[in-house]
Write a protein that binds this ligand. Structure first.
Ligand code: HEC
Ligand code: HEC
Ligand code: HEC
Length: 131
C-alpha cells in the first residue's frame, strides 16, 4: 500500500495534462464535414467535401492548422488546384504517396452542385458524396 500516494500523484498529473490539452483546443469542428466552395461551382465542378473527423483521428491538429496553414474557419481558405499540384494544402498528402492522388477528382469534388461552403453534420463524418 505504500505505492498509493505515488499512483495518486501520477493520476493527478495525467488528469491535469489532459484538461490543459482539452481546454487549449477548440473542439467544435473536430466532427462533421467541411464543404469548400470558393471556386468549384464557378468553375463548373462539384464543391469539395472535406471529412474533418476522418482526418482528425489520423493527424494532429497542428499538421494542418499550423504546418499546412489551413485557417480554422470554414470557408476561410483560398485553395486552388494549382496549389494542390504543388504539394500544398490537401496536396501535401493526396499525392499518391501518403494518400490517393489528385486524379481521383470525384472523391474530393463530391458535394451537390450549389452547396454553400460550411460545416455539415454535427457529430460525425459521412465522407465523400453524402452532401
Ligand atoms: C484531394 C482533394 C482534391 C482532388 C482529388 C481534386 N480536387 Fe479540385 N479542388 C480541391 C479543393 C480543396 C479545391 C478548392 C475548392 C473551393 O474552394 O471551391 C479545388 C478546386 C478545384 C477547381 C476550382 C478552380 C481552381 O483552379 O482551383 C477545379 C476546376 C478543380 N478543383 C478541378 C479538379 C479536377 C478536374 C480534379 C481531378 C483531375 C480535381 N479537382 C481533384 C480538392 C481536390
Ligand atoms: C488533415 C487536415 C486537418 C486536421 C488534422 C485538422 N483539421 Fe481542422 N480543418 C481542416 C480544413 C481543411 C478545414 C476547413 C477549412 C476551410 O473550410 O477553409 C478545417 C476547419 C476547422 C475548423 C473551422 C470550423 C468552422 O466552424 O469554421 C476548426 C475549428 C478546426 N478545423 C479545428 C480542428 C481541430 C481542433 C483539430 C485537431 C483536433 C483539427 N481541426 C484537425 C483541416 C484539418
Ligand atoms: C495530412 C495529410 C492529409 C491532408 C492534408 C488531407 N488529407 Fe485527405 N486523406 C488523408 C489520408 C491518409 C486519407 C486516407 C487515404 C486512404 O484511405 O487511402 C485521406 C482520405 C480522404 C478522403 C476519403 C475519406 C473516406 O471516407 O474514405 C477524402 C474525401 C479526403 N481525404 C479529402 C481531403 C481534402 C479535400 C483535403 C484538403 C482540404 C485533404 N483530404 C487533406 C490525408 C490527408
Amino acid at each position: 500500500m505504500t505505492r498509493r500516494p505515488l499512483v495518486f500523484i501520477i493520476w493527478s498529473i495525467a488528469t491535469f495534462l489532459a484538461l490543459v490539452q482539452f481546454n487549449s483546443e477548440p473542439t467544435y469542428a473536430e466532427y462533421g464535414d467541411v464543404v469548400l466552395n470558393r471556386y468549384s461551382d464557378k468553375a463548373g465542378v462539384r464543391p469539395v467535401v472535406y471529412p474533418h473527423w476522418f482526418h482528425r483521428i489520423r493527424f494532429r491538429c497542428k499538421v494542418c492548422h499550423h504546418e499546412l496553414g489551413f485557417e480554422m474557419r470554414a470557408g476561410a481558405n483560398d485553395v486552388r488546384m494549382n496549389d494542390l499540384a504543388e504539394g500544398k494544402f490537401c496536396g501535401m498528402c493526396h499525392n499518391g504517396d501518403i494518400a490517393w492522388g489528385l486524379q481521383n477528382c470525384d472523391l474530393c469534388h463530391s458535394a451537390r452542385p450549389g452547396l454553400p461552403a460550411g460545416i455539415r453534420g454535427g457529430h460525425k463524418t459521412l465522407g465523400p458524396g453524402r452532401w
